[in-house]
Design a protein around this ligand. Structure first.
Ligand code: URP
Ligand code: ZN
Ligand code: ZN
Length: 469
C-alpha cells in the first residue's frame, strides 16, 4: 500500500507496549507500524526522533458554548477544538442538553449546529435526559440515530436539568435494555441546597467569600449521590459512568461496587489531580469555582491511586470556560459564580507532567486513561484511542522533557486566565494529526476549522465491560 506519510523514529506508544520506530499513514488511516518503513516517492516524512508518539487524546467531557449559570461558556467549537488540538486532543464529546420543552432529538440537532463548520477535530455528544417523563420514550430513537451515551444530572434544579431517583432508575433500566450507558453528575441536591441556604448570609459571605463554595460541598455531598446512583445501577444492571469524580469516598464506593461486579465506571478530571482547595484562599479564588469543587490533598492522592489501581478509568477536563468578566458576575456571592474551568489545552500537558514525569503513571497508563479507555468506554474503539493498523491516524507527538510556560495570552482558549498560569508544563503537542492530516505543527494550529466530523456510534461498539482495571 502506498503511504502518504510516515511518522519516523519516535517512541510509539501502542496497547501492546512502546517501540522505537515508524507509523505509516495511508489517507486517514494508520496503515503500517514498523521499525523502519520505506517511504514511497512523494511520501511525506515527519521526523519524530527524540519524541513520544501517542494516540490522539479523547476528551469525553466538554461543554462548548453552553448556556449555564446565567451566561454562555466562552469557548465554542472553534476556540475549544483549536485549544484541544494544541494539547493533542483529537476527539471531543460534549453534552447535548434540551432547552425548555425540547426533545432529545432537538437537543442533538442544536449541538450539531454548534459544531458544524467550526470543529477542528472529531466530535460527538452525550444526550442529556432532563425531563424523564417526556424523554423516556425518545431514548431508542437517539440510539438509532447513533447516540449511545446519555447523561443525567442529580443537581441543577434551577437550570431545569435535575433528575430524581425515578429517572435514574428508569434510565438505567433502559440502558440495560439497549446496551447503552448512563453518565451521571452525582451530588446530593437536597443536602447541598440546605447547606447553601444555611450559609447564604451577608455576614458569612463577607467573612468567607469564595471559600463558601468548598464549605457548602463537603465530601459526603458527592459520596452519598454516587452511593445512590450505584445502588440503582446494581438494582437494574444498567451501565453507569460517574463523571468528574472528585472525592476519596467516591473512589472507595466505586472500587467496592466494581469488586462485586456492579457495572459502574468512573472518570476524574485533570483539575482534581493537580489542584487542591487552597486555590479558594487567593484573591482570585472565585475563578476556580467549578462543580464539583476542587477538593483536599487527600482526595488528590486517592484519585491518582484510583487511576493506578483501576477504579478510575478515564481522565477528562469538564471544560466549561468562563472569562474573568463572566466570573466577576459573582459580586461577592459565591452562589452566582459561573461554575467551570478551561481545560482542553492543558489536559495532556498536566497529566504528562504531573503523572508521567511526576512518577505517578507510566506513559502507557497515561495513554490508556486519556485515549484507549475513553475510546473503548464511549464506543469509538478501535477507530479512535490507539495506535493500531486500521485506526484513524489521530496522533500527538510530544517532546519528553521540553517545557512551555502556561500563559493565557498565548493560548487558543477564549479564557483570559488559566488555573495553571505560569506553570511550566511538558507535553504540549509539537505535532497533532487528525485522520492523517497535520493540524498542529511546531506547537501552532495549522488545521482548517470545520474539518472535524461527527462520530456516529452503535451500542455494539460500547466496550465498558472490556476496559482493563
Ligand atoms: O463546573 C462545571 N463542571 N460546569 C459544567 C457543568 C457540569 O456540572 O459539568
Ligand atoms: Zn457535572
Ligand atoms: Zn460537565
Amino acid at each position: 500500500m502506498r503511504l502518504d506519510r510516515i511518522i519516523k523514529g519516535g517512541n510509539v506508544v501502542t496497547p501492546a507496549g512502546s517501540f522505537t520506530g515508524d507509523i505509516g499513514i495511508a489517507g486517514e488511516k494508520i496503515a503500517a507500524l514498523g521499525a523502519d518503513l520505506d517511504p514511497d516517492p512523494g511520501t511525506e516524512v515527519i521526523d519524530a526522533a527524540g519524541h513520544h508518539v501517542l494516540p490522539g487524546v479523547l476528551d469525553v467531557h466538554v461543554h462548548l458554548e453552553l448556556p449555564f449559570c446565567g451566561t454562555v461558556s466562552a469557548d465554542d467549537y472553534r476556540s475549544g477544538t483549536r485549544a484541544g488540538a494544541r494539547g493533542g486532543v483529537t476527539t471531543v464529546i460534549d453534552f447535548a442538553i434540551p432547552f425548555a420543552g425540547e426533545s432529545l432529538g432537538q437537543a442533538a440537532d442544536n449541538w450539531m449546529r454548534k459544531a458544524e463548520g467550526k470543529a477542528l477535530v472529531d466530535y460527538t455528544f452525550h444526550v442529556c435526559i432532563t425531563r424523564w417523563v417526556e424523554h423516556k420514550s425518545q431514548i431508542k430513537e437517539m440510539v438509532d440515530r447513533g447516540f449511545t451515551t446519555f447523561k443525567e444530572f442529580m443537581i441543577y434544579e434551577s437550570e431545569g436539568w435535575q433528575s430524581d431517583d425515578r429517572a435514574l432508575f428508569g434510565t438505567l433500566e433502559q440502558m440495560r435494555e439497549h446496551g447503552t450507558m448512563l453518565l451521571v453528575h452525582a451530588e446530593s441536591a437536597r443536602v447541598l441546597d440546605e447547606l447553601i441556604a444555611r450559609h447564604h448570609t451577608p455576614e458569612l459571605m463577607a467573612r468567607h467569600g469564595a471559600r463558601l463554595h468548598p464549605m457548602t460541598r463537603p465530601n459526603f455531598v458527592e459520596a452519598e449521590a454516587i452511593q445512590r446512583a450505584v445502588q440503582w445501577c446494581e438494582a437494574t444492571g444498567g451501565q453507569l459512568y460517574i463523571v468528574h469524580m472528585s472525592t476519596a469516598e467516591g473512589s472507595d464506593i466505586v472500587r467496592a461496587a466494581q469488586a462485586r461486579g456492579v457495572p459502574v465506571l468512573a472518570e476524574t478530571c485533570a483539575q482534581y489531580l493537580v489542584l487542591d482547595d487552597s486555590v479558594f484562599d487567593g484573591e482570585d479564588g472565585h475563578l476556580f469555582a467549578c462543580c464539583p469543587q476542587i477538593k483536599k490533598p487527600r482526595d488528590v492522592e486517592r484519585l491518582w491511586q484510583g487511576l493506578r489501581a483501576g477504579e478510575v478509568s478515564v481522565i477528562s477536563t469538564d471544560t466549561c470556560t468562563f472569562t474573568r468578566e463572566q466570573k466577576a458576575m459573582w459580586n461577592g456571592d459565591w452562589t452566582r459564580i459561573p461554575m467551570g474551568l478551561p481545560g482542553l489545552e492543558t489536559l495532556l500537558p498536566l497529566v504528562y507532567t504531573r503523572g508521567v514525569l511526576g512518577g505517578r503513571l507510566t506513559l502507557e497508563e497515561l495513554s490508556m486513561k486519556l485515549s484507549t479507555n475513553p475510546a473503548r468506554i464511549m464506543g469509538l474503539y478501535p477507530r479512535k484511542g490507539a495506535i493500531v493498523v486500521g485506526a484513524d491516524a489521530d496522533l500527538a507527538i510530544i517532546h519528553p522533557t521540553a517545557t512551555r510556560t502556561v500563559n493565557p495570552a498565548t493560548m487558543e482558549t477564549n479564557a483570559d486566565w488559566s488555573p495553571y498560569d505560569g506553570w511550566e508544563l511538558a507535553g504540549f503537542a509539537r505535532t497533532t494529526l487528525s485522520r492523517g492530516e497535520v493540524i498542529v505543527d511546531r506547537y501552532a494550529v495549522v488545521g482548517r476549522e470545520g474539518r472535524g466530523q461527527w462520530l456516529p456510534r452503535t451500542s455494539a461498539g460500547l466496550g465498558a465491560s472490556r476496559v482493563p482495571r
